[in-house]
Design a protein around this ligand. Structure first.
Ligand code: UD1
Ligand code: CA
Length: 449
């Protein structure tokens, strides 16, 4: 059978009561990105004709996360079947020709992959008689998932929701992962006929299978690895999903040529980009927007977010790179150094206890221990510019806006409020005075008193 056109419906209107959160469930992040975005990624990988996202009322934030896809509002949350009924109008024109499929997926299964969905498409296309395909899995703990009831030929008789299942049914370990695909017109007709006479008084999408069986339509299942379809309903499940996603990202990083000394202690963002021969020591955390070139070392206990790091740089241990940091080739950023919106030219160094914010640092400049760029006066932010090969002595405060010329030297302990010109030596501190023998006489005096 040749493949039909495809539309995907993503259900994202549920309240997520079990999360106990102000944030809609599908917006809770996994690897720094909303669950819904992960699910949309999987859907987009199939290149469907359209994607329709069903959202709850007043959920503008969910609508924004669903962009650029079409959004349909489910005014009352009457169940997963009802959610698809709400999308039916938006799909009616599309599904009218009998040559279009509809795939329904749930917004709270963030680990779903395009590969798994593709298997469902293949099963649907394998035989013209297969009208409906569901996705099953066998989790270690079947918990509250719906259970597939399958006949001897592997045809699906129905799905029984946990709340409606008796002891015998609950013993079944073949669980419903959520996604299902069917010929569009037929699927919408079956959805129209759903009833809510069940334990939860909801229109269950899962009842589609029993309805199909009643009309002698053949329904099949594809089995997925349990880790690909975990449903997130609680904070504990969110943490499990995060672990699975992190393991995937760690494996991808290592397969791409990065060394992770203790993979379990490195936390990636969904979009972290690593070059080859990058060494990541234990206990490193990446926030979103990090790109790292080849031969970079990220040493232990560093936190890196929104930063570009060029080849050969060494970061940390205990460094913090915040958004807007751009590290040039061979730069060294040492312990307890914080950088924000700061561009470092090749070979520059800031090795100890420093804050560099809203700054440009020229090539081979050296920033001494305890240097602070004072970029904020409580109202506005100001820029600091440090020229190539400049040397900033330890414990200096550079009060922005200020510019240190190329090759200039700032004496240790200076507070610099005026620009320093090229190759100049600048002191910004009180002169030291000495009183010979005064310490001893002071001590004698104290003893007499
Ligand atoms: C659902 C399935 C269950 C399956 C499990 C897999 C049903 C009836 N049950 O149960 O068989 O094992 O997923 O994870 O489908 N939603 C709406 N509108 C609603 C209700 C839900 O859009 O009125 C959305 C939710 O945002 C969520 C998804 O549908 O993304 C699933 O809803 P949820 O309430 O989490 O279903 P489960 O009880 O997990
Ligand atoms: Ca769920």
């Amino acid at each position: 059978m040749t493949a039909n056109k495809l539309a995907v419906v993503v259900l994202a209107a549920g309240q997520g009561t079990r999360m106990k959160s102000e944030l809609p469930k599908v917006l809770h992040p996994i690897a720094g990105r909303a669950m819904l975005r992960h699910v949309l990624d999987a859907a987009e990988s199939l290149n469907p004709e359209r994607i329709v996202v069903v959202v709850g009322p007043g959920a503008e934030v969910v609508e924004a996360a669903a962009a650029p896809h079409q959004v349909v509002v489910q005014e009352e949350r009457l169940g997963t079947g009802h959610a698809v009924m709400c999308a039916a109008k938006a799909l009616a024109d599309y599904a009218s020709d009998g040559a279009s499929d509809i795939l329904v997926i749930y917004g709270d299964t963030p680990l779903l992959t395009g590969t798994t969905l593709k298997c469902m498409l293949d099963e649907r296309n394998a035989a013209a008689s297969t009208k409906l395909v569901g996705l099953a899995f066998r989790p270690d703990d079947p918990a509250q998932y719906g259970r597939f009831v399958v006949d001897r030929d592997g045809g699906v008789t129905g799905i029984v929701e946990y709340a409606d299942a008796d002891e015998e049914i609950r013993k079944i370990d073949l669980c419903n992962a959520g996604p299902l695909i069917g010929e569009g017109r037929t699927l919408l007709k079956l959805v129209e006929g759903l009833k809510n006479d069940n334990a939860q008084g909801e229109y269950y999408l899962t009842d589609l299978f029993a309805a199909a069986r009643e009309q002698a339509m053949d329904a099949r299942i594809v089995e997925a690895p349990a880790d690909d379809v975990l449903g997130v309903n609680s904070r504990a499940e969110l943490a499990v999903a995060e672990q699975v996603m992190q393991d995937r990202l760690r494996a991808t990083a290592m397969a791409g040529g990065a060394t992770l000394i203790a993979p379990q202690t490195v936390w990636f963002s969904h979009d972290t980009v690593l070059g080859r021969d990058v060494l990541i020591e234990p206990n490193v955390i990446f926030g979103p927007g990090v790109t790292i070139e080849d031969n970079v070392q990220i040493r232990a206990f560093s936190h890196v977010e929104g930063a570009k790091i060029a080849s050969g740089a060494v970061i940390g241990p205990y460094a913090r790179l915040r958004p807007g940091t751009d590290i040039g080739q061979g730069v060294k950023i040492g312990n307890f150094v914080e950088c924000k919106n700061a561009v470092f030219g090749a070979g520059a160094k800031a090795n100890h206890l420093t804050y560099v914010g809203d700054s440009t640092v020229g090539t081979k400049a050296n920033i001494g221990a305890g240097t602070i760029t004072c970029n904020y006066d409580g109202f506005n932010k100001f820029k600091t510019s440090i020229g190539a090969s400049a040397f900033i002595g330890s414990n200096s405060a550079l009060v922005a806006p200020v510019s240190i010329g190329e090759g200039a030297i700032v004496a240790a302990g200076s507070t610099i409020v005026d620009d320093v010109s090229k190759d100049a030596l600048a002191f910004g501190r009180g002169r030291q005075v000495e009183f010979p023998g005064r310490a001893a006489s002071f001590r004698d005096q104290q003893k007499k008193d």
